[in-house]
Design a protein. Structure first.
Length: 289
């Protein structure tokens, strides 16, 4: 029983990180209808940003979060104005082509700048663990999970408790009506994509504390984000939390009781079943509401 609970807790911890990593993907799709195939590369940039800040300045990885957020927010805002804005209202294939091209540019640029070496953050508390009711909890993962939840709750508060959030949700639900009510649509799009990029960069910063960092890590996280968003409901940000935790628990139980190689197979089987039986996700909501 304790073995099962340990696996379950491990799944919850990694699932919270998956949810934070996927929230930006869901937000961009829900508001702009853009499937961002370069999403994982923003995770990679956030992870490398934290790594280099730690190596070059000695700044604690958890304290790099606001710097990464600001840097990726500005990057996303510029990127949206220059390229992503052209995808609004265009056929879906255009967003696939442009964002996949962006993925190739970012991943290969990172490969050129930082080589293909695998890197890991080693802090004074990297190997520290503590016990709770017989369960072994890695300190870094617990703090990472807690900060991921704070990030997720902050995004929820922004969307559902502020004027900016109401403008974002109105644009998602009915773009033309929002325009008639005085919402500046292009400004909302720019802010939404910048926000999605910023929180994804912060998630990458958190991921750097528990995952190996390398230039090609982006694509697997794009696939993970897509699976989480489908499980939670495409474009429905709160559902991302449940999708991330469900995926994390399934992966953890699979690796514990079967083999690690089967976790991806079972993930895609679950994705297929969800698309057939509940295409709007676990909660049954397919867009930001």
């Amino acid at each position: 029983m304790l073995f099962f609970l340990q696996s379950l807790v491990n799944g919850f911890l990694i699932g919270g990180i998956y949810a934070a990593c996927s929230a930006g993907f869901s937000l961009a799709f829900g508001v702009m209808g853009v499937v961002n195939l370069s999403h994982g590369d923003f995770v990679m940039l956030g992870a490398f940003g934290t790594y280099w800040l730690f190596v070059l300045t000695g700044l604690d990885p958890f304290l790099t979060l606001p710097f990464i957020m600001v840097a990726l927010f500005c990057f996303g805002f510029i990127l949206q104005r220059l390229a992503i804005n052209r995808l609004v209202g265009a056929p879906p294939i255009m967003s696939y082509l442009l964002t996949f091209g962006l993925h190739l540019v970012l991943s290969n640029l990172a490969l050129r700048l930082w080589t293909a070496d695998f890197r890991a953050l080693k802090t004074s508390y990297s190997g520290f663990t503590f016990s709770f009711l017989g369960l072994v909890l890695p300190f870094s993962r617990v703090v990472t999970f807690a900060l991921a939840m704070v990030l997720f709750l902050g995004l929820y508060f922004l969307l559902y408790r502020t004027e900016t959030g109401r403008a974002i949700r109105a644009t998602s639900q009915d773009r033309e009506m929002a325009r008639l009510m005085g919402v500046k649509i292009l400004r909302v799009y720019a802010l939404t994509f910048a926000l999605a990029t910023g929180i994804t960069g912060m998630a990458g910063s958190l991921i750097a504390n528990t995952f190996i960092i390398h230039p090609q890590m982006g694509l697997p996280f794009t696939v993970t984000a897509f699976c989480v968003v489908v499980l939670g409901g495409m474009g429905y940000v709160p559902g991302t939390l449940w999708g991330g935790i469900l995926l994390g628990v399934i992966e953890s139980l699979t690796m514990t009781y079967l083999t690690a190689g089967l976790s991806l197979v079972i993930t895609f089987l679950l994705l297929l079943v969800m698309l057939i039986l509940r295409p709007r996700g676990i909660i049954g909501k397919g867009m930001i509401e």
